[in-house]
Design a protein around this ligand. Sequence first.
Ligand code: ADP
Ligand code: MG
Length: 256
Amino acid sequence: MSANDLPVVLELRNLRKHFGNTQIIRGADLQLKQGERLALIGPNGAGKSTLFNLVSGRTAASSGEILLRGRNINGLSPFQVNRLGLARSFQVSNIFPQLSVRENLRAAVLSSHGYRHVFWRRLSALRAVSQRTEEVLRQCGLQAECDTLGGDLSYAAQRALEIGITIAGDAGLILLDEPTAGMSRDESAAAAELIRSVSAGKTLLMIEHDMDVVFGLVDRIAVLVDGRIIACDTPAAIRGNRAVQAAYLGNAEAAP
Ligand code: ADP
Ligand code: MG
């Protein structure tokens, strides 16, 4: 099967969002195929997190369509969107500081199973939860710190835990909002490897400012400027795109 034949997991059609009179998303179009890794870049305030809020059900779009595997999910709650196989991490951490790493992951696994009432009638269910928790612990590389409280972890380890919480429910589409923000170069490189491994076989949409992370990790880059996607192409093509350079890469130093 060539890449063109792969099913479309996420599609945005002429998506718009305004708060009062302020247009934030001004007609965004995007297609994400099964298994693809795509980075959303753009200057601070371009609307990247807002776009994530729309896709993940936190905010309803003003108009346009958000299709998740062909189904329009605009207006569904974050909970409903999550049940349809989309999980997102937040720019600001979502972990429980007073719970251990293992307890944090267990809570995330439990909540991802919560909707199946019959699930709890089976003893094997508890074993499945424990197994999944240990699996996610391994996947996010935090086994050595499994008993450390979330609040006592290093910043980079907290972000790894955040990724673990995001993937705990085994969603097919993963959204990560600035997963390497505030990290050193080495920490970012390690986080990029972690993201590569946990997103294997899944579809990934990530907001990321660090060009080293983006260029090495993703298949395509979408550039959001003033609420519009002005380019979406391979990293090499985006690097050479003059409009992008002018709008964004040219002031990369000025970006956060
Ligand atoms: P980015 O993630 O690209 O930095 P955001 O999506 O966070 O940008 O913000 C884009 C713009 O939308 C900003 O000017 C911000 O102030 C505005 N904005 C975001 N959320 C709201 C809201 N709930 N109400 C009003 N304005 C908002
Ligand atoms: Mg943001």
